[in-house]
Design a protein around this ligand. Sequence first.
Ligand SMILES: Cc1ncc(COP(=O)(O)O)c(C=O)c1O
Length: 411
Amino acid sequence: MFFENKKIFKTILKTEKMKEQTNILNYIPVDELTGSISVPIYQTSTFVQEAPGIHKGFDYARSNNPTRKVLEDLVAKLENGTNGYAFSSGLAAIDAVVKLLKSGDEIIAVDDIYGGAFRLFTHIYEKFGISVNYVDATDAQNIADAITPKTALIWIESPTNPTLKISDIRAIAKIAKAHGVLLCVDNTFASPVAQKPIDFGADLIVHSATKYISGHSDLIAGLVITATQELGDKIKFIQNASGAILGPFDSWLVIRGIETLSLRIKQHAENAQKIAEYLITEKLIKNVYYPGLKTHRNHEIAKSQQKYFGGVVTFDLLVDDKELASQIVSNTKLFKLAESLGGVKSLCCLPCEMTHKSIPQEKRYAAGVTDSLIRLSVGLEDADDLIDDLKQAIQTAVFKTNVLEEAVLEN
Ligand SMILES: Cc1ncc(COP(=O)(O)O)c(C=O)c1O
């Protein structure tokens, strides 16, 4: 009897050290009512009550839905947060965080911000008296210097979209705490498998779950995760009051995507590293941006806060020629020309004409998003096949335009 108990005790200790992929699968509950191993989709708008106000914790599906709740609890655990909330898009999640502020407040945001967040801050929230100061967050001192008594929120992405700049989350969190300012990290590009900003002192995390978290380019979704119950209650209030919730079927799809998140992120990063290493050998390319390259200017910081370097690789051309870049992204066969990223199938895009079109040209150039910058979302195809695809796309573009041949000859 004594020995049996000892065995059980050991088993419990071991489960505490489980690997992330095991944890993810273990966090997803088996349905208590039926034993269903797949989370049931509660496709309902309302819940029958025993007596007025007496119910099983669910009254109206905007306020709460059991399928969405499984997703929300799961992502809170994945990010080491207290609470998680699922929204109808990444932008709706960003919007919910900004709604924590009031007129007169200021935001300090990373200059290389996702174009949609820039549009939301500038064209919606500036009208309501919230101003935004964009700074190069790769140097935490720039953030410290930009803080004023009105600063209420620091907004960073790390890695950024699309030039993959890295900010030191620990250093920025210290600055935020010292000034009593909230720090929100858009963790879309890293995913919780690669980076957990709450562990470094962030107060809030947002995700476009459209990307790696769901992982199959088949839905639009957003998440907010909070570091404290108090912030969680505020986001919950905003989610219910504004109503941009994620529906039950999409919540279920996101849960299903998360089941393979850890495996996918590992493979995305392995493929992306090989592709980045090929691209630096390509003489027609000027810069390759990938945090996993030792030549990346923030490689050491990336290494200190990321377990994997992600699946996005960006590069620009020796000649800043939009037509040539446009030819390259049109010539790829495996890399499909489309906005978005983080899916199992590889995508490529020309940010200046697509994802970052809403950012004024000088602002775009200041952040390194030139007309010839190409963003790759490296999927789960074989890396060698993807490299062959890029080689043929570049060669065909050069042949069609002649531009780079001349430039290379000059060099
Ligand atoms: C870093 C980042 N944050 C947020 C968003 C917005 O997410 P969604 O398209 O799901 O609204 C995107 C979309 O591309 C993004 O790249």
